[in-house]
Design a binder for this molecule. Sequence first.
Ligand code: OMP
Length: 238
Amino acid sequence: MSMSPIIIALDYSEEALVWDLLNKFDDEKLFLKVGMELYYSCGNALLSKLKEKGHHIFLDLKLHDIPNTVGRAMQSLARLDVDMINVHAAGGKLMMERALEGLDKGTAVGKDRPICTAVTQLTSTSEQVMQEQLRIAGNIEEIVVHYAKITKDSGLDGVVSSPLEVPLVKEACGAAFLTVTPGIRLLGDARDDQQRITTPKQARGLGSDYIVVGRSITASSNPQQALQTIKTEWSEGV
Ligand SMILES: O=C(O)c1cc(=O)[nH]c(=O)n1[C@@H]1O[C@H](COP(=O)(O)O)[C@@H](O)[C@H]1O
C-alpha cells in the first residue's frame, strides 16, 4: 500500500485521545506522525497497535547527539519497523552517516529501512531568530539548502523544511530527494508557534512530497472534514 502524502501529527500525551481521533476516520489507513510528546508517554506499545491497524508511521524524534550515540540509537529504533524517521542536520555529516548505518544494521532482513530525513531549520524558526539567537548568518533559504546538501551527501533520503524552501531544495538536490514539510495551515487557522507556513495547496504547488499537519486537524471541531479539505487542496495544488 502506498503511503499517503498527508501525515497527521498525533501531538497528544494520552493514548485515549489518539483513539478518539482515529475512530473518527473509520477504517481509513492513515500516515501518522508519532513525535516526542506521544512517544515519551506511550512508547513502543502504541506504535505496535498503530501498525497492527495498518497505519504508516513517521517516528519524529529528531535525533541530535554525537555520531556514536545517534548511530546506536537508530539501530535500536530500526527494530520498531516504522516507515519514516528523522534527525537534525545540525548534527553534521558524520552523525547523519552513522544514523543511516545504524538504521541499516537494525533493520530486519527482508524489511525496508525506514525513510530517513533531516530537519534543516525548524518551521517555528524565523530568519531573525536564526540569525540573532542561533547566530547562523545568511538568509534562511540559503541555510536550508546548505543543510539539504550535506544531508544528501550523507546519503539520507530527504529533508524536513517549510514548503517555501522546497523549490530551492529540489533544484540543489534533485527531484527525487524527498521533502517533508510541516508548517501547514488552512486559511483562517491560527499560526500558533509556526513561522514559515503555507496552505496544503501551496505546499503541493511548491513541490512538497509530504505535508505534516497537526493542529489544523487535531484542534478542528470536525477533524474528518479538515482532512477532507486538505485532501481536496492537495489534489488541486498541482
Ligand atoms: O519534524 C517535524 O515533524 C517538524 C519539523 C519542523 O520543522 N516543524 C514542525 O512543526 N514539525 C512537527 O510538525 C508538527 C506540526 O504541528 P502543527 O503546527 O500543529 O501542524 C509538530 O508535530 C512538529 O513537531
